[in-house]
Design a protein around this ligand. Sequence first.
Ligand code: BTN
Length: 250
Amino acid sequence: MYDMEYIKLPYINSTNTYAKDNAKSFSKEITLIQSEVQSHGRGRLDRAFISDNSQGAWFSVAIKPEKGIITPEMVLLMPVMAASATALTIETVYGIRPGIKWPNDILINSKKACGILCESRIIHNDVYLVVIGIGINLNQKKMHPDIADIATSLLIETGTEVPIDLIIQNICGNVAFFYDKIKHGETACIIDKWNEYSLMNNAVITYTKEQLSYTAISKGINTDGRLIIEQDGKIIYLDSSEVRLKIQGV
Ligand code: BTN
């Protein structure tokens, strides 16, 4: 469907950083940047993302939309589509059902198998670049001791080793499909897919915002990708850039 450019690197600090630094030279609307190893994988909220091994899928999908086709509001849907696309691939390839923890972690049996970091550059209200960074623990037999309590790999959970490139190709196909939907204003199917895998439907959550902790019930996401929560009888919308969150019992 899309004629994508594919850049495969043996080693880089971060594929998201590479995409942002080199976007000027990308000639296609979609460029896939994959690295076998990342020395400084980055996560949300300035956290490090362990990806200093060649057992995972560490890649970024850089989108340079045609001028005027994607609005800054539509960019909020990019992490939603990335999580939906990845969850769909995991279920299709491995036959297990992953869960999406808002904003964009994918869990298997309550442990994190994938994280997504979306970054964008908007110039004078024009979306110049969207970078969707996806990191999936695939073929690790054991997780790094620092994260073994909270993270897992697809191999650990399923006993199946799948070639990394196959997973990335499948996700990119889904991303391209959903991106086309966004371009045509057909966003409902992306939210629906997200909700299908969501762990946030009527879940009790605790979240931290500006160093204060709150408990609430999550209700799902709105069309902006914000989390709808009920707290003290009121409906509030949470922005992913400002909170850390836990789901009770997960
Ligand atoms: C998170 O868990 O907070 C998000 C992690 C995102 C990791 C991916 S790996 C490929 C891309 N390059 C990065 O530096 N980060 C993303």
